[in-house]
Design a protein around this ligand. Structure first.
Ligand code: NDP
Ligand code: OXD
Length: 315
């Protein structure tokens, strides 16, 4: 039976082999870089941040499973073989990112960074607090994760809007789409949540001109950016400029154009910025391993892989 290659770069690399073997019933599982064996045996590759060029060396490759939601690193491989590419779209990953979004929307809404600073200085002072239904949140990206995040924020009572490439409809959420819908979406948004993929159309989108179009005079007390999509969507210097001129009142950033964020980045020490190390969501291998094998088995019975990506679209 054809072999499955696991090529994972990052902290989860050690977890996948045993988990996939447990579900694969004696199937030949190869692990990059230590035990790849004869490349001509490999029919499927399960990858995350694998080095570019690796997959081009697999002459019998039939399918690729990206062990994360974003496929930007994989699609940037100039030698990516022309086989179907599937990605993770799993409730475990969605729930983790939704938690992150809810946490940071509420952190800004409830002025938690101000109270953290006050605590350090032993200051007992209450600030005016709008209710959620007075504050407008906008979610960029209404895919598997963005839609779930928009619904969760709406359940908290916020006025929620969403923006996508094509027209989408989400109960309780005002939806906008395409270039034509962007300015209207921004003009009513105080807390901007970005859950877009990185594609040629989205790179650099989160820039000063865009931040200036947000709603600044609402009850949130200024506009806020939460980016848990991809780092190359944001222009770091523009975030700093927007904070300085007041186009942004705060930002939570989970992703950066360069990761890890260099230690000399001015983002680290800006009082208006909250930084997390790209941890909004990671698929838990134990939650997804059975599904990886089930997908491959379905594919071998002639069914398509789930959650196929479209190379032309870039996601
Ligand atoms: P999906 O592919 O399901 O959804 C993508 C959404 O973005 C869709 O609504 C799509 O529009 C929209 N979109 C894409 N391009 C554009 C564009 N040019 N203009 C407007 N809207 C656009 O992805 P997921 O929801 O599963 O994941 C989204 C992203 O979140 C991932 O690509 C990844 O980068 C990031 N992510 C980050 C994590 C972290 O730890 N920080 C963890 C997991 C994911 P349409 O609906 O019309 O197709
Ligand atoms: C993902 C991520 O895309 O963790 O899955 O960033």
């Amino acid at each position: 039976m054809s072999a499955i290659l696991i090529a994972v770069n990052g902290p989860q690399a050690g977890e996948w082999p045993a988990l996939l073997r447990a579900h694969a019933k004696g199937r030949d599982i190869r692990v990059w870089p230590q035990a790849v064996g004869d490349l001509a045996d490999i029919a499927y590759a399960c990858v995350w941040m694998a080095p570019h060029g690796l997959l081009a060396g697999l002459p019998k490759l039939r399918g690729i499973i990206n062990l994360g939601a974003g496929v930007d690193h994989l699609l940037a491989d100039p030698a990516l073989p022309d086989v179907p590419v599937a990605r993770v779209a799993h409730p475990d990953l969605t729930a983790r990112v939704v938690e992150y979004v809810v946490l940071h929307v509420l952190m800004h809404h409830r002025r938690q960074r101000t109270y953290d600073a006050q605590q350090r200085d032993r200051i007992w002072k209450v600030h005016e607090q709008p209710t959620a239904n007075e504050v407008a949140v906008g979610v960029m990206g209404l895919g598997v994760i963005g839609r779930a995040a928009a619904e969760a924020i709406a359940r908290l009572g916020f006025q929620v809007a969403g923006w996508s490439r094509t027209q989408r409809s989400v109960a309780g959420v005002a939806t906008f789409h395409g270039a034509a819908g962007l300015d209207l979406f921004l003009a009513r948004t105080e807390i901007l949540v970005c859950l877009l993929p990185q594609t040629p159309a989205t790179e650099g989108l989160l820039n000063l001109a865009l931040f200036r179009k947000l709603k600044h005079d609402g009850r949130a007390g200024g506009a806020v950016l939460i980016n848990a999509g991809r780092g190359r969507l944001q222009v770091d210097a523009d975030i700093l400029a927007a904070l300085d001129e007041g186009a942004l009142a705060g930002a939570t950033l989970d992703v950066f154009p360069q990761e890890p964020l260099p230690s000399d980045s001015p983002l680290w020490s800006h009082p208006g910025i909250t930084i997390t190390p790209h941890n909004a969501g990671d698929i838990a291998p134990h939650a997804f391993a059975a599904e990886v094998i089930a997908q491959i088995e379905r594919f071998e019975r002639g069914l398509p892989l789930d959650n196929l990506i479209d190379r032309q679209r870039g996601y």
